[in-house]
Design a binder for this molecule. Structure first.
Ligand code: FES
Ligand code: FES
Length: 240
């Protein structure tokens, strides 16, 4: 009569006895016990390494500690001849200070990265993209927004020319176009050359359409009202 003897290679019990704990003497450990012991030893050996890895991957410190928030402080901006004292964090752009804090919503946010010109304002007569500069940098300077171009209830020559020549469609780019064109006329009167001026060492002879297009090239109009914008700027120049 034959008796089940189990696996001849590892000594494990036969399949019919697989749920029972295999019997083994200290001098003859089963394959299962050997594998369990080896796995336990490997885990213990790897533990210090795993702990070191976990410590290396842990963040050094929370983001709030690395970049502490600088509290707001009073910043006084002179906009369209009026002083605005605003509580601003140093990171607030001039564009956001004008729109969100001073409530002057005429200046528009298009791209917020210096590509469209919708946010153009005048600072001491010079046109800048207000999305690319911090408000705290402009204390003590005279800022002019589209709300400040008219005076005594009368439109500026550039504003009147834009209406006369229908130089807009949706109007979103128009505040920036108006501020930019206002500065353009001053720059031209002061003899500033552009990249299309034939001789940059001499005053540009006349404000041609090419000069206007080049000098207004920082102001994008998604409606494509460029032909009328150029006509309006030329008219404002000619009527000055
Ligand atoms: S919003 Fe400033 S350049 Fe577009
Ligand atoms: S009028 Fe619409 S973007 Fe210029």
């Amino acid at each position: 009569m034959t008796t089940p003897t189990g696996c001849q290679h590892c000594g494990d019990a036969p399949a019919s006895e697989s749920t029972a704990e295999p019997t083994a003497t200290p001098s003859q450990p089963s394959r299962r016990r050997f594998l369990q012991s080896a796995a336990a030893a490997a885990t213990i050996g790897a533990a210090p390494h795993l702990r070191a890895q976990t410590q290396a991957q842990a963040p050094a410190s929370p983001a709030s500690q690395r970049n502490p928030v600088v509290p707001p402080r009073p910043v006084t901006l002179t906009v369209n001849g009026r002083a605005y004292t605003l509580q601003l964090e140093p990171r607030v752009t001039l564009l956001d200070a004008l729109r969100e804090y001073a409530g002057l919503m005429g200046t528009k946010k298009g791209c917020d990265r210096g590509q469209c010109g919708a946010c153009t304002v005048l600072v001491d007569g010079r046109r800048i993209n207000s999305c690319l500069t911090l408000a705290v940098m402009h204390e003590g300077e005279n800022i002019t927004t589209v709300e400040g171009l008219a005076s005594n209830g009368a439109l500026s020559p550039v504003q009147a020319a834009f209406i006369e020549h229908d130089a807009f469609q949706c109007g979103y780019c128009t505040p920036g176009q108006l501020c930019s064109a206002t500065a353009l006329l001053s720059e031209f009167r002061n003899g500033t050359a552009s990249t299309v001026t034939a001789d940059v060492r001499a005053r540009p002879a006349s404000l041609t359409d090419d000069e206007i297009r080049e000098r207004m090239s920082g102001n994008i109009c998604r409606c494509g009202a460029y032909v009328n914008i150029v006509a309006a700027v030329r008219a404002a120049h000619d009527n000055a």
